[in-house]
Design a protein around this ligand. Structure first.
Ligand code: ZN
Length: 823
């Protein structure tokens, strides 16, 4: 009883107690030998670079975790790991900023050591936060994306794709970030809109010096111009086709060609193609085998093609070229225009396109396969499949997987210095870093050279993250290029949980990898969450200053209350942080605590949990029926990963049916000296107690996935000792099943009618300015015969609930009630 001694539920003491208890008891441990069905969760490894966690993190991780807790109670053997993504650009940037690092002055091993040190600190913060929030992962399954196992899987994936002809190195124009000096993939890009100037510049026909006006937002690319294009049907330029034009300022000669992708309505109908302004330029450059005049290097500095502007940074080049165009009179006009610009998501720098030798994974020939895979997957909510498909349909590039960065998973390759031979590591050698391990070859098998150069690039971070199911299953590549698993049966996993903003990356790339490696899906289901927003509906970020420390919320209102707020958000939708809702959660905890405490005192120390069906009264049968219905609905919602409606349903049942109606109706039987003539048998009193205990226990279990701490507290403080054979924690107790024993549908209907009558009478009391809990002399109920029929069996219970000395039932055409107060 000691756990229920306090008059109030003390959440701080309880939450730290149960958190420790779960750990000591190993409640959340995955059991590889279990005979239960397996439920495995591919949960997002957060970047180990964000030092601060906000309520958005609390929201998305709680929402997924609630679903896992329910599955655990529903009898599944749970595989629920936690990973940390300490690989790649986010970590690298974080460390660079924190230590103000100059990459020229630090060695790669020194930098990597700093990254490792930093991520260790940050992951510890995360661990503490998840524990505080009650996230029920099995910490023994923790992985990180730069650890040897993850590196081995990522490198295995690469070798397998090379073997299959799906990964190769090619020199191609790629998207390039001049600030971070690395290649980018399409998924690293976002499009922004900004105001710009559309400049009309004058080219000249090489033949007759006639002016040819071109409208361009990027005049700095004039030195990179390699052709002019018009639409094949554009009459204005027919005579020029196949001839040449001279560029302004630079006066180099470019061909005039036609292509039906040119919009004759835009500007003058003539456009310049440069190497390279955008993917359209690249397409025409390839199709028409145009010249190459790339004017900038990897840092964005102009080269000799820029003539007098050589050495200028691309950011200054535009102004310089425009100034010169004005001087020469070749600038014919400027108009404001709204520009859509591709920028690197992480740095915000406009993307440049330069030819570069990079490693790519083929995507462009497989779009239909990817769409089919996505269609085989069960999406929750289902509309997110569209978002994935839209991304796949809009793909323009193969996946560039090499990055010119310090920190990441090394590409296990060496190159012969004297010929084109590329030497790949063998699967059994993995993981390895070619910059510290030799190729193990005496001579190049092609040219005999003894000089090898290791690949210094690293993989795109998604190269590893796209393999989290394989990392979880402990999969590696055998030397015969078959995959083996440390945990067979774990792949494919049951479910992926993640945020919607990484559908185009994490979901997509994971589907791609699973399709290419295993010709199947990586999971059966995918569950997608929205964003936690601030009170004003803005995305939370530290720089915006709208950041609220979730630890403070937990301290003030409890982790359960914060989880409760999370669960009010429907799956897939954004949710604003709302302190009122957190407080509502706290109210629920207190009400549960008080009800259980009250019940524990009422049933007394010698209580034995059983009832005799014969002794059940109509009101008991109704509650059992209503409870069965509630269990059924809540279970159905959970089957569809709809924790939100599950919570709303059980909460309503608890407040309305259980507390306001049932407990009030059995008050006279259990707690108060009957104020009426009616007396109850011992068996009836026992039945009332037992049904009250039975149903409250069911409610507490139904709420346990959402509010794990208080429900454990109540379980340990009361329910566990009442019911024989219950396990050590509520979180491994069995999920309630809808029981049909002791009631029938008619009793459910009658009870629901009576519940409506109760609200009617209470409303009447309020209208007559009588307190709901105030005793009254008489309540007269006018009602049609069928309603009266339902009330007949509940007469003394209704009187008990509305505190009436007497209840008079009168048949009448419509529902009316009259309340007479005490004299
Ligand atoms: Zn060679």
């Amino acid at each position: 009883m000691s756990l229920l001694e306090a008059k109030r539920y003390e959440h701080q003491e309880a939450e730290s107690r149960w958190s420790q208890f779960w750990e000591e008891q190993g409640i959340y441990q995955y059991d590889p030998d279990s005979t239960k069905p397996l439920f495995s969760v591919d949960t997002p490894p957060p970047y180990a670079s964000a030092a601060h966690l906000h309520v958005g993190h609390a929201m998305s991780y709680s929402q997924a975790e609630i679903l896992v807790r329910q599955k655990r109670m529903a009898g599944f053997n749970i595989f629920y790991p936690m990973g940390f993504d300490d690989n790649g650009l986010p970590t690298e940037r974080y460390v660079e900023n924190k230590y103000k690092i100059n990459k020229q002055k630090i060695t790669r091993p020194e930098f990597v050591a700093l990254c490792m040190k930093e991520t260790k600190l940050v992951t510890e913060n995360y661990r503490q936060f998840w524990r505080m929030l009650g996230i029920s992962v099995d910490w023994s399954l923790e992985y990180n994306t730069i650890g040897p196992k993850a590196v081995k899987v990522a490198q295995s994936s690469f070798l397998d794709l090379v073997k299959k002809g799906l990964a190769r190195r090619k020199k191609d124009p790629i998207m390039w970030d001049i600030s971070m000096q690395t290649a980018l993939a399409q998924a690293d890009i976002e499009t922004i809109e900004r105001n710009g100037l559309l400049n009309s510049v004058a080219f000249k026909s090489a033949e007759d010096e006639k002016e040819l006006i071109i409208a361009t937002t990027r005049p700095e690319l004039i030195p990179a111009c390699v052709a002019l294009f018009c639409h094949p049907d554009d009459k204005r330029y027919q005579s020029l086709l196949g001839k040449n034009a001279l560029t302004p300022i630079f006066k180099h000669s470019v061909p005039i060609l036609a292509d039906d992708t040119v919009d004759p309505e835009f500007g003058s109908g003539l456009m310049m193609v440069c190497t390279f302004g955008d993917p359209e330029d690249i397409a025409k450059w390839k199709k028409y085998k145009l010249d190459t005049r790339v004017i900038i290097d990897e840092r964005g500095m102009a080269n000799h093609f820029a003539g007098e502007f050589e050495g200028l940074h691309i950011n200054k080049l535009r102004e310089a070229v425009l100034a010169r165009l004005k001087e020469t009179g070749e600038l014919k006009g400027q108009t404001q225009t709204l520009q859509r610009v591709s920028v690197a998501e992480r740095s915000g720098t406009p993307v440049e396109y330069i030819p570069h030798l990079q490693w790519f994974i083929s995507l462009m020939d497989h779009q239909n396969d990817f769409l089919n895979r996505a269609d085989q997957l069960d999406w929750y909510p289902d509309y997110f499949q569209k978002r994935h498909d839209h991304w796949v349909e809009g793909l323009k590039w193969d996946w560039c997987i090499s990055r010119q960065r310090f920190y990441g998973v090394p590409i296990p390759v060496w190159y012969c210095e004297d010929c084109a031979y590329t030497h790949f590591a063998e699967p059994h050698q993995l993981p390895l870093d070619p910059t510290t391990t030799g190729p193990g070859l005496e001579r190049c098998p092609v040219c005999g050279s003894q000089a090898f150069r290791p690949e210094g690039d690293v993989f795109d971070t998604w190269m590893t993250s796209s393999l989290t199911p394989q990392i979880n299953a402990g999969m590696t590549l055998n030397d015969d290029y078959t995959w083996a698993a440390e945990r067979p049966g774990l792949f494919p996993m049951s479910v992926r949980v993640q945020g919607f903003e990484i559908i185009r990356t994490w979901t997509f790339y994971t589907l791609v990898k699973s399709h290419f490696h295993h010709q199947g899906l990586p999971w059966k289901d995918i569950v997608v969450s929205g964003w936690g927003l601030d009170k004003q509906g803005q995305k939370i970020s530290k720089s915006k200053g709208n950041y609220e420390d979730p630890s403070d919320i937990v301290k003030n209102f409890s982790a359960d209350a914060l989880r409760y707020w999370s669960a009010l958000g429907t799956l897939g939708n954004d949710l604003r942080y709302n302190e009122q809702e957190v407080k509502s959660g706290q109210k629920l905890l207190n009400k549960l605590y008080n009800s259980t405490r009250f019940l524990a005192q009422t049933v007394g120390d010698g209580y034995k949990h059983h009832w005799d069906n014969e002794a059940l009264m109509p009101v008991d049968r109704w509650l059992l029926a209503a409870n069965a219905k509630c269990v059924e609905q809540v279970t159905d919602f959970f089957e569809k990963y709809d924790y939100s409606n599950a919570l709303r349903t059980v909460e309503r049942f608890f407040w309305d049916s259980y507390c306001d109606n049932y407990l009030e109706m059995i008050k006279f039987r259990l707690w108060e000296n009957p104020e009426q003539e009616k007396s109850y048998s011992d068996a009836q009193i026992q039945a009332g107690k037992a049904v009250a205990v039975e149903v409250l226990y069911s409610i507490v279990k139904l709420l346990a996935p959402v509010i794990p701490f208080v429900t454990e507290h109540l379980y340990q403080g009361f329910f566990k000792d009442q019911i024989e054979g219950e396990p050590v924690s509520i979180h491994i107790a069995s999920w309630p099943k809808p029981s049909h024993e002791g009631w029938n549908q008619a009793q459910l209907k009658d009870g629901e009618r009576v519940s409506e009558i109760l609200s009617l009478i209470r409303k009447q009391k309020i209208e007559q300015k009588i307190g709901i809990a105030t005793k009254v002399a008489q309540v007269t109920l006018n009602a049609p015969a069928e309603v009266l029929g339902a009330c007949q069996d509940f007469q003394s219970e209704i009187a008990s609930a509305v505190r009436a000395m007497e209840l008079v039932l009168v048949e009448g055409p419509s529902l009316l009630c009259e309340v007479k107060g005490l004299e």
